[in-house]
Design a binder for this molecule. Structure first.
Ligand SMILES: [Zn+2]
Length: 402
């Protein structure tokens, strides 16, 4: 029987697939040991999964005396997932296999302010292009997942008063994609999606309680509690970018004054770098500014790489401010891991060191005793991996899927 889109699976079947997906092949004895299932139950569930084409034989394992055992593996090419990472200025789409491994990805500039109709029609066009490039048949794709930069009501798949997406409030994003592409769609906040990506394929594997902090044009936090994304009462959990800082008077994109994002977000840092260039505080930045007429967070990163003292100070200060906000979260939530991802995290070791130092300095020693603060290992792919994985994780209620 051919695989159908998101077949209904029992808890045991889900658990077998979650165990198999991390290994290239396991013997039945090893699978029984890892899942804790008896042989009869395991055989029956494997039979059902074989019927769905989701497991296959993967050669023979090493013998421990007798006959060599047959190995079983997860057929991650039994289906594919479409994946969308919609940022404030960039749109990335991808096609992945069922293990959320990217087969094809395409990135294009976008402008959220054009509104949902214009932007979502770009999404659909780019997905169609990705399908062609991937060589995957349309009917092999099980569903589509998408992360967008604002709070989302998980029930309806509609953005809820997103601070940086004018015209998107309550727009039926999920229904639009389902109608245009004819697959089931899952819509979530971009940072939640990245946290799922980190949990699926990055540093968050088998970590029960962690925070994923995205520092790009916006700053947000994905909260993973007991292996699950915590979305809050209204889907707004983790919107730390719009917490006001007492010492900041910058105007934020959301219209409020003093938000963390208006000080340490990529756009705010680029603006501060331009001011330093104009004021003659950094010769290095001034020369790029003269040439380009503007500066970006990437230019700031280059200046840091060259050891420019004004750039070093600015990035150090941004790290301190982000670290102060995170220290409140550490004292409140006691995570064992904080992962930093997104464009500003590319400012590198200096930002990370400054965030880490501030967290240690401003949090309770007992809360930081075993905490790890690390850069994401998934780079720009966390969003696409997560938007694929979230479809599986949510549907099959996976927790700590290793
Ligand atoms: Zn704000």
């Amino acid at each position: 029987m051919a695989t159908v889109s998101f077949p209904s699976l029992s808890r045991e079947e889900t658990s077998i697939l979650a165990t198999l997906r991390q290994a290239s092949g396991l013997s039945r004895a090893e699978l029984a040991r890892r899942t804790g299932f008896g042989r009869t139950l395991l055989e029956a569930r494997l039979d059902a999964l074989r019927q769905l084409d989701l497991v296959s034989q993967a050669g023979m394992g090493e013998s421990s005396g007798g006959k060599k055992p047959e190995l079983v593996s997860f057929r991650k090419e039994a289906g594919y997932l479409a994946s969308v990472d919609l940022g404030q200025q960039t749109l990335a789409v991808g096609i992945t296999n069922l293990n959320a491994e990217i087969v094809v990805q395409i990135t294009a500039p976008t402008e959220l302010r054009k509104g949902p109709d214009a932007v979502l029609s770009e999404v659909v066009g780019l997905i169609e292009e990705a399908i062609v490039q991937s060589g995957v048949g349309r009917e092999q794709i099980w569903g589509i997942g998408m992360g967008l930069p604002g709070p989302v009501d998980p029930q309806s798949g509609r953005p809820i008063s997103p601070p940086v997406m004018p015209g998107w409030h309550a727009f039926p994003v999920r229904d639009y994609l389902e109608r245009e592409l004819r697959w089931p769609a899952t819509i979530d906040n971009d940072v939640n999606v990245m946290a799922v990506g980190e949990q699926w394929a990055g540093l968050g594997r088998s970590v029960e309680i962690f925070l994923y902090v995205k520092t790009g044009p916006g700053i947000g936090c994905g909260v993973v509690c007991r292996g699950r994304i915590y979305r809050g009462a209204n889907g707004c959990a983790g919107e730390i970018g719009h917490s006001a800082l007492p010492s900041n008077d910058g105007v934020c994109q959301c219209g409020k004054i003093g938000c963390l994002e208006a000080f340490a977000g990529a756009k705010a840092l680029a603006r501060a770098a331009e001011e330093m260039a104009r004021a003659g505080q950094s010769r290095y930045l001034a020369s790029i500014f003269r040439r380009q007429g503007r500066l970006t967070a990437e230019d700031l990163a280059t200046a840091v790489g060259h050891g420019d003292s004004a750039a070093l100070e600015l990035v150090g200060r941004a790290g301190t401010v982000i670290g102060e906000q995170l220290s409140y979260l550490v004292n409140f939530f006691n995570p064992s891991l904080i992962v930093l991802g997104g464009g500003v995290a590319d400012l590198g070791d200096l930002l990370l060191a400054s965030v880490r130092e501030t967290i240690y300095r401003c949090s309770l020693p007992s809360a930081t005793k075993e905490i790890m603060v690390q850069r994401s290992v998934l780079d720009d792919e966390a969003g696409l991996i997560g938007a694929a994985a979230v479809q599986i994780v949510d549907r099959y209620r996976l927790v700590n899927f290793t």
